[in-house]
Ligand binder design. Structure first.
Ligand SMILES: *Cc1c(COP(=O)(O)O)cnc(C)c1O
Length: 433
């Protein structure tokens, strides 16, 4: 037996950047040795019930035997091979599945290595499409406020300008056209004034706009906004009327999280370009895909460039493709709709947070539960609330005024109850300041 290694936290603090943190004043990180099912095991001995599914991705929980087996089998034939001039069964089988389960018109697949890159590729597709039609004026994107599409520059340029600190990169970021964020909420009435406002923007700017990019139904990192499907349906209609392509970013919402396999199904629409990632491999490997239609793909290919100008080194990585195939089968071979609906019922326990003074709103959609604090409560002290959550045996990572859950689909009722109770108690006893 190997001597048990201790994770060198001093080195970590001194030398390693974590997401959105300072190098001089990092907030604490927790050393994890292993994770299994919906439990995260710390080196210090605690086990935490996972409420985050590792940022939307680990839908089947951790260390799943079927996903592990798929990876081992692939490792034993080849972990990676270049995709230029070569193809392999894992990529072909995965793309067959993706074409089958996504909206019908999406039949052409580009495999990339992260969500942000799939957004870059989507934007490139849109720009190249119009150029190949001989239209060089359509060089901007239109997008609602409160969006989130990733951290690379083109993706960041269509994120909410305030949340993603556009002011820092003034003069470097391309400037796009922002429309008001969707206001009418999922499950309430749609306010037609939103449709009229959208139309004014399309009327004024369509000549310059290559594509409208939006997260369908759930604007996630920009405020966990669950908006009305009619907003999306209206965007689709206007895109068609005004010759603007529609890019839907399902990187967070794809693979059942909102109760539909893909959130665009809530509005019964098909985008021209679709981005998926995160849960694509069940949270095991980094992989993303950008899908588009025959029309767009042909347009691009008949243009002056003749090709789509993109090709990451790890494009179509066999290991990631193999585990993605296994993850999709695992999801579709169970009654996942029932699973999501059960988790949604259990998440209703968050509603008791409404009685707390600091709570502005509680909302759920599919397997997502959100408690939003009010302005008086302010933003949470992440380090402080996380220390409390770890004490309570749960893993939850809030941002801003939002304390939210998107647990793995394999979570049982007791786990969800523990997660909901921890949030209630954290707010009640103000463990966030
Ligand atoms: C996470 C996310 C991205 C970025 O994906 P990465 O894999 O982190 O690059 C893009 N869009 C949405 C909607 C996301 O949730």
């Amino acid at each position: 037996m190997n001597k048990k290694q201790t994770i060198d936290l001093d080195f970590d603090r001194e030398h390693i950047w974590h997401p959105y943190t300072s190098m001089t004043q990092p907030i604490p990180v927790y050393p994890v040795t292993h994770a299994n099912h919906n439990l995260i095991h710390l080196e210090t001995g605690e086990q935490l019930i996972d409420g985050m599914a590792s940022w939307w991705s680990a839908i089947h929980g951790y260390n799943h035997p079927i996903l592990n087996a798929a990876m081992v089998e692939q490792i034993n034939s080849m972990s990676h091979i270049m995709f230029g001039g070569i193809t392999h069964n894992s990529a072909v089988e995965l793309c067959k599945k993706l074409v089958a389960i996504t909206p019908e018109s999406l039949t052409k697949v580009f495999l990339a290595d992260s969500g942000s890159v799939s957004v870059e590729v989507a934007i490139k597709m849109a720009l190249q499409y119009w150029l190949s039609q001989g239209i060089s004026t359509k060089q901007k994107l239109m997008t609602p406020y409160k969006g989130y599409h990733g951290d690379t520059f083109a993706a960041m340029s269509v994120c909410d300008p305030v949340n993603s600190m556009h002011s820092l990169y003034n003069g470097f970021l391309p400037e796009h056209i922002f429309v008001p964020a969707p206001v009418s909420q999922f499950g309430s009435e749609f306010n037609q004034a939103e449709a009229q406002t959208l139309e004014q923007y399309f009327k004024a700017h369509h000549n310059q706009v290559a594509a409208f990019i939006i997260e369908p139904i759930v604007q996630n990192a920009g405020g966990m906004n669950f908006y009305h499907p009619d907003y999306l349906a209206c965007v689709r209609k206007l895109c068609s009327e005004y010759n603007v392509l529609l890019i839907c970013d399902e990187i967070a919402t794809g693979f059942g999280r909102t109760g539909k396999l893909f959130a665009v199904e809530h509005a019964d629409i098909e985008p021209d370009i679709l981005c998926i990632g995160k849960a694509l491999t069940g949270g095991t490997m980094t992989l993303s895909a950008t899908l588009t239609s025959e029309k767009i793909a042909t347009g691009i290919s008949e243009g002056e460039a003749g090709v789509l100008m993109h090709g990451p080194t790890f494009m179509g990585n066999p290991l990631a493709c193999a585990v993605a195939c296994a993850s999709i089968d695992l999801l579709l071979n169970q009654n996942w709709q029932q699973r999501i609906s059960d988790i949604n019922s259990q998440l209703q326990q968050l509603n008791k947070c409404r009685e707390l003074d600091d709570v502005a709103d509680v909302r759920t959609l599919g397997a997502i539960g959100v408690v939003e604090l009010n302005d008086a409560a302010g933003s949470v002290d992440v380090a402080k609330i996380q220390a409390y959550f770890v004490e309570q045996g749960v893993w939850i990572r809030p941002f801003g005024k939002l304390i939210y859950l998107m647990p793995p689909y394999i979570s049982d009722a007791n786990s969800i109850k523990t997660l909901c109770d921890a949030i209630y108690n954290a707010i009640k006893d103000k463990h966030y300041r």
